[in-house]
Design a protein around this ligand. Structure first.
Ligand code: ADP
Ligand code: MG
Length: 319
């Protein structure tokens, strides 16, 4: 059994102008100890997917499908069970730690909070655990007495990672954890995440718009476009779907300053979820689209060694 299994997961926001299908029938699995990257342009539904996993979506979002974590469906859980699962079994690190930290509470108290809330430690034990957690993310113990504004962006993101590790979860979900950081700091935080998940045997679901960041950190990647997974495959492999190839060309190396500013190879914009194109949703931007692509939508299917793809051309070639 996989640690996490998404089965036909869909999320639709209901807004004044109608429905916004942000995630559309995503099926993915994550094995224990595996690092899975989810990549796609802004607006492809990555954050919606991440928040759905722990039922953190706003009230106007309707979720369907199944989210099996350790054999239990998150979507069916009672509130008390769900609260225990958050932090203790799966925790989440968001982009821009400013929003995740309380500005008027000391760092140490914030890192200790999940330990005390989940009764994992007494107040005294929590203090030494906080020091150990801060050390694991490369911060000195005295930082426990600091307030968030006294830390740099990279240090605050390290604190968020310490909080995510606090209750020793099996799964960490990280949504663009390094996107707001300078390039040097981004590389340091990525290395830290990689080392921590390997040494603790934690599974990671990491989200980024930057394919090179994920290729460097993860075992396997899932490429999302307009709310769907269009390709999955080994992180080091060569991607086949024209959209994945465009993303790979846009982000050739981690933190390449030129590509961060102006992604190469991707013309146009992702579609408005309220006005999705017919057929394959990528066809209006696809450099190799066939006539049939505007009418025929291809589902995700096996396309070679440990690879799946939703593209009529890729499937023809791998047959
Ligand atoms: P990503 O993280 O890949 O940038 P998001 O999950 O944030 O994508 O957004 C996916 C789509 O859902 C976008 O079209 C976005 O505008 C829409 N969306 C996100 N949050 C809401 C919301 N609270 N209400 C309505 N639409 C939303
Ligand atoms: Mg996002």
């Amino acid at each position: 059994m996989s640690l996490l299994e998404l089965d036909d997961l869909s999320v639709t926001y209901r807004i004044a102008s109608g429905e916004v299908p942000a995630v559309r029938g995503v099926s993915l699995s994550l094995e224990a100890g595996e690092a899975l990257g989810v990549v796609g342009e802004s607006g492809s539904g990555k954050s919606t997917l991440a928040m759905a996993l722990l039922r953190l979506l706003p009230k106007d979002a309707r979720t369907s499908g199944r989210i099996m974590l350790g054999g239990e469906d998150i979507l069916q859980m009672k509130w008390g069970r769900l609260r225990a699962v958050r932090w203790a079994e799966a925790s989440i690190v968001f982009q821009g730690a400013q929003h995740g930290l309380n500005p008027v509470q000391r760092i140490g108290d914030q890192v200790a909070e999940p330990l005390l809330v989940h009764k994992i430690a007494t107040p005294e034990k929590a203090r030494s655990r906080v020091a150990s957690l801060l050390a694991q993310v490369g911060l000195p113990a005295w930082r426990a007495r600091s307030y968030p504004h006294e830390l740099s962006g990279g240090q605050r993101q390290r604190v968020m990672i310490a909080m995510a590790l606090a209750c020793e979860p099996q799964l960490i979900i990280a949504d663009e954890p390094t996107t707001a950081l300078d390039l040097m700091v981004q590389a340091q935080v990525l290395t830290l995440i990689k080392e921590l998940i390997a040494s603790h045997g934690i599974s990671l679901l990491m989200i980024s718009h930057d394919l090179s960041v994920l290729a460097d950190t993860c075992d396997r990647l899932a490429v999302m476009y307009a709310g769907r997974v269009v390709e999955t495959g080994p992180a080091g492999g060569s991607f086949q779907h024209p959209y994945s190839q465009a993303l790979a060309a846009a982000f050739p190396t981690v933190g390449d300053p030129a590509s961060r500013l102006a992604p190469r190879g991707l013309g146009g914009d992702p579609p408005d979820p309220q006005r999705l194109p017919s057929g394959c949703v990528f066809h209006p931007r696809c450099p190799v689209a066939l006539d049939t692509c505007s009418t025929v939508d291809v589902e995700l299917r096996p396309a070679g060694d440990r690879r799946t793809a939703a593209c009529v051309l890729v499937l023809e070639e791998s047959c």
